[in-house]
Write a protein that binds this ligand. Structure first.
Ligand code: RIB
Ligand code: CA
Length: 318
């Protein structure tokens, strides 16, 4: 009898997550922890949906709720820009649908930029940075290192809006709008950047029937989805006039663990940092005759059915 082909174990990607948890951030982390293709080596909190210190508390809340035993290194970002608006109206006062989950164990947290810089310059295996928040910490990390010393396979950024309206302003997406100078620095850093823009993340809507996947979940990622999504749905109905939700950061996390369902292309991209009414706008030059040298990869499409089924199955898996 022919020898059964042994399924090779998936290649594990070492992942550093920079996040402002946030409901979609929380489910992105849950997806990574549900996925054998990823090993979360570090999680850093960024100022965005809520203050970095609050985001740090939510990181510990999520690690406890998800029963994570191999604790990642944890870093805390600086609260910058001081005057920026947060997104508590979308994510809840606590950032997690006002669930106020218990904070089980609070390990010490290093300054985010210092932690990220030390990891990327010391790691023997290449790392993937999943940036699902404003890019302040990543820019601060770049200030501390020489890019050629960084063993970074890819920085995946959830951010930007190219041919669709913004969600922070008519032309700017929240993560980029929150710190456009940082976003520009990262996108033009020379590191391998892949952008997952609103063009992509708003083209997949999860509705109440999709939430049925979690209706019997009693623990872990499925239960987290079950307790967070109703609030997130109400916020989308109220502020986005949408009878469903956009799981922006979850889609960016899916690019890490299931890249085969996405298509990307090289393009030139930059960020408006001076515009009186366009600050935070991401500009792409993907014209066929563009004289500009491409500097990033941009996600241009995905197999919607496969991606939605993958996300629902992974998050509800026990
Ligand atoms: O524009 C969507 C992004 O802004 C997501 O990362 C969401 O969590 C918010 O931070
Ligand atoms: Ca986020």
């Amino acid at each position: 009898m022919a020898k059964k082909k042994s399924r090779k174990p998936p290649v594990k990607k070492k992942v550093l997550v920079d996040t402002d948890p946030g409901i979609d951030d929380a489910l992105a982390l849950a997806l990574l922890y549900q996925s054998p293709e990823a090993e979360v080596a570090a999680i850093t909190s960024a100022n965005g949906n809520l203050a970095a210190e609050e985001g740090l508390k939510n990181i510990f809340r999520l690690l406890g709720f998800l029963g994570v035993t191999e604790k990642p290194l944890v870093g805390v970002g600086r609260d910058w820009p001081v005057s920026a608006d947060d997104a508590r109206h979308i994510h809840g006062v606590d950032g997690l649908a006002n669930t106020y989950l218990p904070v089980f164990s609070r390990n010490s947290a290093e300054p985010a930029a210092k932690l990220l810089a030390s990891i990327v310059t010391a790691t023997r295996e290449p790392v993937t940075i999943l940036a699902i928040a404003p890019l302040t910490n990543i820019a601060d990390m770049l200030d501390r290192i020489d890019v050629k010393d960084a063993n970074v396979e890819r920085i995946i950024i959830m951010g930007g809006a190219f041919h669709v309206p913004g969600n922070a302003t008519p032309v700017a997406e929240f993560n980029v709008y929150h710190d456009p100078d940082a976003a520009r620095l990262v996108m033009t850093s020379g590191l391998p950047v892949t952008i997952v823009p609103l063009d992509i993340t708003t083209s997949l809507v999860f509705g109440v029937r999709d939430f049925d996947a979690f209706s019997h979940s009693k623990e872990g990622a499925g239960k987290l989805a079950r307790i967070l999504l109703p609030f997130y749905l109400q916020a989308h109905r109220r502020y986005h006039k949408l009878d469903g939700v956009h799981l922006h950061d979850v889609i960016a996390a899916a690019l890490v663990v299931c890249p085969e369902v996405f298509t990307t292309k090289r393009a030139w991209c930059d960020v408006e940092t001076e515009g009186e009414i366009t600050r935070g706008q991401t500009v792409i030059d993907d014209r066929p005759f563009s004289p500009k040298e491409p500097n990033v990869d941009v996600v241009t499409g995905f197999d919607a059915k496969a991606l939605k089924n993958f996300i629902l199955a992974r998050l509800s898996q026990v």
